[in-house]
Design a protein around this ligand. Sequence first.
Ligand code: ZN
Ligand code: ZN
Length: 326
Amino acid sequence: MADCAGCVLNIIDFGHKYKTNLNDLLELYQRHNLLSSKRVCEKCGRDVPLRVVKRTGSEGDRAVFACRRRLGGGVRCGWFVSARKHTFFEGSNLNLFEIGYFVVLWCLLPKPLGPNVKLELGFTAKTIVDWCNFCREVCVAWVDAKKKKIGGPDIVVEIDENEFGKSRYHKGRHTEAQWVIGGVERDNHKNFFVVPMEKRDKETLLSVIKGWILPGTVIVSDFWKTYECLEDEGFVDLRENHSMQFVDTRKNGHVMPKDGTSRSTQNIKNRWRHMKSGRSSIPSAGRRKEHFVGYLSEFLFKSTFPLENRVHNFFLAVAELYPPLH
Ligand SMILES: [Zn+2]
Ligand SMILES: [Zn+2]
């Protein structure tokens, strides 16, 4: 468990405070459970504290767990492992500061990130791509762990589908279209979901509704007619046994809204607009289909946390995915 209950980390402070002070940096990482403060020696079982040793080579490898227990006869245990072993930092040539600083830039700067990271840290294009992917993987795991159904008795949820990555002039070379389906509570925009749609059919729609929306919800959409689904068994079951109501956005829809329930799906449509043009929007150029979930998760993470506490929460998400050994 991380000890930090909340902190504000910004780009300038991070650069100032931690670039040349490895002990403070280690303490910051320990507070967020990115590194542990001690490990059990694998040879003799004693608790070994994290310490900084004098070594040449990259700064990251100066933080180690080194067992100095005397075994008698002037012999020491000698078990030794880098602090980075089994952590987010393992297997990289970058030092511990560079990785943290990259994460801070990734969390806080608007896109495109490449020119700024090159200027600040001198990373190669490949390193930047790799670390952007690692950061997005953290967001994918965060989204999975936070999965929570929305709606409930008499709560109105608007759902809609949208296509991402379709080039207006059909020139995007690496871009494949991806359909997504999303829902948002009309009166509480923090409660929403967005998931990729592998197939656009009524079975997929039914499974998304069952997986993401609670019984009793009033669901507003213009899907129903498109998919000809409301008379299907699964939907009848949701209506009759799970008290769901389906409201059609179109005036001639055959399902009438309750009194006073607007037929509009403006709230979910606004969300699509943010996802396509906002500060952390999903890029439509150069995006491969298999990366879509990553970009989507990044968008969801960044739109959940304001800049002030985004780095703190990202560190916690890293610690969930890469818990260090203790
Ligand atoms: Zn914190
Ligand atoms: Zn030992």
